[in-house]
Design a protein around this ligand. Structure first.
Ligand SMILES: Nc1ncnc2c1ncn2[C@@H]1O[C@H](COP(=O)(O)OP(=O)(O)OP(=O)(O)O)[C@@H](O)[C@H]1O
Ligand SMILES: [Mg+2]
Length: 265
C-alpha cells in the first residue's frame, strides 16, 4: 500500500515542486513505484515533466468534479515507474465549486484510494496556500514534508503551517504525521542561512531532515529541459541530496512498518 506524502508550504517558490520532482525521481531510481499528483492550478509539476494539458486530457480538475471518472485514466507515465496526474488552471475552480459539498475535504482521499495498491509512494505537490486543495492533500496524506528556505521570515511562517497541520490532525486526519522539514536552496557562502538552520534544528529537533539541498542554478536549468536534476546532472550534490532523502524516507518506512508489526504481534 502506498505511503501518501504531501509536500507543502504556504509560501511560494520555496522548492515544493522541485522536491516532488526529484524525490519522485530518486525513489523510482531505487525501484519504488511512484505516483506524482499535481495539486497546484499553476501546473508546475506537469510542466516539469513536459506534460501538456489540453481540452481532452483528463486532469485533477476532472477527477475532482466527476466522481464517475476512473483515476487510472488520468495517469500519464512520465518515466519508468513514475506516473503523474496533471493539473492546469481549471483546478483553481475547485476551491469554489466544492465549497458547499459535504465531505469536500476528503475528495482527493477518495480519488487516490483505488491507486494505493499500485504504487509505493504517492507524492502530492501543493500550491502556495492553505486553501481547500491543500486541506484535501493533508486529509489524504499519511505524511507531510515541508521544504524550508533558510531565511528568517520563512522560519516564522512555519508556525502558521504547523498550527494548520495540527488543526487538520484534530479535525480531519488523525494519522497525519510530519515526516520532516527539508532545508532547501541553502547558500553555503553566507552565514545567515547557517544561523537559521541552527535555529530551526533547535526549535524542531529531529523533525529537520539530516539533509540539506544547496542552492544551485542546475535546478533551474533542469526545469528548463523538463527533467529532474537526477537526470540532468546525476552527480551534482543537489541530485545526491534528493537520493539521500529518498533513502531516509524508504528506511524510515521500513522501520515504521517493522514497529507496527512488532506492536501488533
Ligand atoms: N535547491 C535549489 N537551488 C536553486 N534553485 C532552486 C532550488 N530548488 C528549486 N529551485 C528553483 O526555485 C524556483 C522555485 O522552486 P519550486 O517551483 O520548486 O517552488 P514551489 O514552492 O513549488 O513554488 P510555488 O509555490 O510557486 O509552487 C524554481 O525556479 C526552481 O527551479
Ligand atoms: Mg510549485
Amino acid at each position: 500500500m502506498a505511503t501518501i506524502i504531501a509536500v507543502t508550504n504556504q509560501k511560494g517558490g520555496v522548492g515544493k515542486t522541485t522536491t516532488v520532482v526529484n524525490l519522485g525521481a530518486a525513489l523510482a531510481e531505487k525501484g519504488q513505484r511512484v505516483l506524482l499528483v499535481d495539486l497546484d492550478p499553476q501546473g508546475s509539476l506537469s510542466s516539469a515533466f513536459g506534460v501538456d494539458v489540453d481540452e481532452t486530457t483528463p486532469t485533477m480538475y476532472a477527477l475532482f468534479v466527476d466522481p464517475a471518472l476512473d483515476p487510472h485514466d488520468a495517469i500519464v507515465f512520465v518515466r519508468e515507474r513514475v506516473g503523474l496526474i496533471p493539473a492546469d488552471i481549471h483546478l483553481a475552480a475547485v476551491e469554489l465549486e466544492l465549497v458547499n459539498k459535504p465531505g469536500r475535504e476528503y475528495v482527493l482521499k477518495e480519488i487516490l484510494a483505488p491507486l494505493k495498491r499500485e504504487f509505493d509512494y504517492i507524492l502530492i505537490d501543493c500550491g502556495p496556500n492553505l486553501g481547500l486543495l491543500t486541506v484535501n492533500a493533508l486529509s489524504a496524506a499519511d505524511e507531510v514534508i515541508v521544504p524550508l528556505v533558510c531565511e528568517y521570515l520563512a522560519l516564522r511562517g512555519l508556525g502558521t503551517l504547523f498550527e494548520n497541520i495540527a488543526h487538520v490532525r484534530r479535525t480531519l486526519n488523525r494519522r497525519l504525521y510530519v515526516r520532516g522539514i527539508l532545508p532547501v536552496m541553502y547558500d553555503v557562502r553566507s552565514s545567515h542561512p547557517r544561523q537559521i538552520l541552527e535555529e530551526t534544528r533547535t526549535l524542531f529537533g529531529d523533525f529537520v531532515f539530516p539533509i540539506v539541498v544547496r542552492r544551485s542554478i542546475r535546478f533551474a536549468e533542469a526545469a528548463v529541459i523538463g527533467a529532474p536534476i537526477l537526470e540532468y546532472a546525476p552527480h551534482h550534490p543537489g541530485a545526491q541530496a534528493y537520493r539521500d532523502l529518498a533513502e531516509v524516507i524508504i528506511n524510515g518506512q521500513q522501520r515504521r512498518s517493522k514497529e507496527n508489526k512488532e506492536n501488533s504481534s
